[in-house]
Write a protein that binds this ligand. Structure first.
Ligand SMILES: Nc1nc2c(ncn2[C@@H]2O[C@H](COP(=O)(O)OP(=O)(O)OP(=O)(O)O)[C@@H](O)[C@H]2O)c(=O)[nH]1
Ligand SMILES: [Mg+2]
Length: 371
C-alpha cells in the first residue's frame, strides 16, 4: 500500500503575519507530513485579509481545492493553520467523501503520538489529542442515534446525563472521563519527576538543558558530549522524552538534559500537556540553545524558541547559544545573526557532528554554572 497522498494548503494573512514566509512555513509543514508518513502531492496558497469564519479559505477557493484534491487523488487536505471545528466540518462537506481535512495541530499531535516512548510521554500525547478532538466529535458516526432506553428522547438537551442522551453526548462524556483520568495519572508521574529534581538539587549538581528548534542537532550534541545513545535523525520531533546524563565542563560536574524541540505554531494544549517534561527545561540552571546555522530560517527559528521559553517562564535563564552544523556552511559564508538585541554573549559556532567548538562550549558552560 502506498503512502496516503496529501495536498498542503497555506494562507498568508495580509494582516498580523508571523514573520514566517509562507513558503518556509509550507516547507516545514511538508517535512512534518513526511515525518508522519504522508506523501505530499501538491501545495496551494491563498492570500487572505482575514480567515473566512465558515471555511477558513474563501468559498471560491474551497471549491477550487476540492477539484484539485480529487484530480491529485489526495486523501488528505492539510491546512497550515489551526481550523476551528466548524471550519473543518464545512470543508469536509465541500470536499466530499473520502477526503479528510486536518490541520497542522492535528498532524503535530499525530507525529508526537507516533514518537512517544515513555509512559509519561504517551499520557501527555493522548491527553492533548483528546482535548483537541473533544470539540470536533461530530454526529457523523452517530446520526443522533438515541441510546436504548431513552424515554424522553425527543426532549433531552445537551448536558442531560443518563437515559435519553444522544450517542454524541455519550461519546463526549466518555472522552471527558478519560481526560480526567489522564490528568490524574499525569499529576502522579509529574510528582515523581519533581522528586527526582529535588534530589538533584540537594546534591547541588547544576543542570544544563539543551533547547532549540526541532532538528537543530540537540540530540547529536548530547551524544557527542556525554556518550549517550539518544536517537538523532533528520526529521522533526525525533526526541520527545527527556534524557539526562552527567558531563564535565572543565572542572565543573553537571547534568545535561536533552528534550523535545520546538516548531512554530505548536498547539497550545500540547504545550500544556507537556508541561511536566518541559519543566526539566524550565528548572535547569543553564540553557544551551542549539541553532541550526545552515537553516534559511535560522533567525526566525531562534526567535520562536526564545518566544516559547518566555511562555514557559524561562526567558531569563543563563543561556549559552550555539550555532550548530557550521561544517555544512560553505566556506566564507557569514554566520546567521540570531541574537536578540542587548544579549551580551556571542553565540559559539560549533559542529556537533565533527566535534568542533566543544572547548569553547565547555568553558562557557562552566562559567555559566559557576554563576
Ligand atoms: N552536518 C551536520 N549535521 C548535523 C550536525 N548536528 C546534527 N546534525 C544532523 O541534523 C539532524 C538532526 O539531528 P538531531 O540531533 O536529531 O536533532 P534534534 O535537535 O535532536 O532534533 P529533534 O529531537 O527532532 O528536535 C540529523 O540528521 C543529524 O545528523 C552537525 O553538526 N553537522
Ligand atoms: Mg532530538
Amino acid at each position: 500500500m502506498g503512502a496516503e497522498r496529501v495536498l498542503l494548503v497555506g494562507c498568508e494573512l495580509t494582516r498580523g503575519g508571523s514573520g514566517w514566509a509562507l513558503e518556509a512555513s509550507l516547507a516545514e509543514l511538508g517535512q512534518l507530513a513526511r515525518t508522519a508518513g504522508l506523501a505530499v502531492v501538491g501545495q496551494e496558497r491563498q492570500r487572505l485579509a482575514r480567515p473566512n469564519p465558515a471555511t477558513y479559505v474563501g468559498s471560491g477557493k474551497a471549491a477550487h481545492l476540492a477539484e484539485i484534491a480529487s484530480s491529485l487523488r489526495a486523501g488528505v487536505v492539510l491546512f497550515d493553520d489551526e481550523l476551528a471545528p466548524n471550519q473543518q466540518r464545512n470543508l469536509e462537506e465541500i470536499f466530499g467523501e473520502g477526503i479528510k481535512v486536518i490541520d497542522r495541530s492535528a498532524l503535530i499531535l499525530d507525529v508526537f503520538a507516533a514518537h512517544a516512548r515513555s509512559r509519561e510521554g504517551k499520557i501527555q500525547v493522548e491527553l492533548a489529542q483528546l482535548e483537541y478532538r473533544l470539540p470536533r466529535l461530530t454526529r457523523m458516526w452517530t446520526h443522533l442515534a438515541r441510546q436504548a432506553g431513552g424515554r424522553s428522547a425527543g426532549r433531552a438537551g445537551v448536558g442531560v446525563r443518563g437515559p435519553g442522551e444522544t450517542q454524541l453526548e455519550v461519546d463526549r462524556r466518555r472522552v471527558r472521563n478519560r481526560i480526567g483520568r489522564l490528568r490524574r495519572d499525569l499529576r502522579a508521574v509529574a510528582a515523581a519527576r519533581s522528586g527526582h529534581r529535588e534530589r538533584r538539587r540537594r546534591n547541588r549538581i547544576p543542570v544544563a538543558a539543551l533547547v532549540g528548534y526541532a532538528n537543530a542537532g540537540k540530540s547529536t550534541l548530547m551524544n557527542a558530549l556525554t556518550g549517550a545513545n539518544v536517537r538523532a535523525e533528520d526529521r522533526l520531533f525525533a526526541t520527545l522524552d527527556p534524557t539526562t546524563r552527567r558531563i564535565r565542563a572543565d572542572d565543573v560536574q553537571m547534568l545535561l538534559t536533552d528534550t523535545v524541540g520546538f516548531v512554530q505554531k505548536l498547539p497550545a494544549n500540547l504545550m500544556a500537556a507537556f508541561r511536566a517534561t518541559l519543566e526539566e527545561v524550565v528548572e535547569a540552571d543553564v540553557l544551551i540553545h542549539v541553532v541550526d546555522a545552515c537553516h534559511p530560517m535560522a533567525r526566525q527559528q531562534a526567535a520562536e524558541v526564545v518566544r516559547v521559553l518566555g511562555g514557559l517562564g524561562a526567558a531569563d535563564r543563563p543561556t549559552v547559544t550555539v550555532l550548530n552544523k557550521v561544517d555544512r556552511l560553505p566556506d566564507g559564508s557569514p554566520l546567521p545573526d540570531v541574537m536578540e538585541a542587548g544579549e551580551p554573549a556571542r553565540p559559539i559556532p560549533l559542529s556537533a557532528l565533527r566535534r568542533q567548538g566543544f572547548d569553547e562550549l565547555r568553558a562557557a558552560l562552566a562559567q555559566a554554572a559557576r554563576r
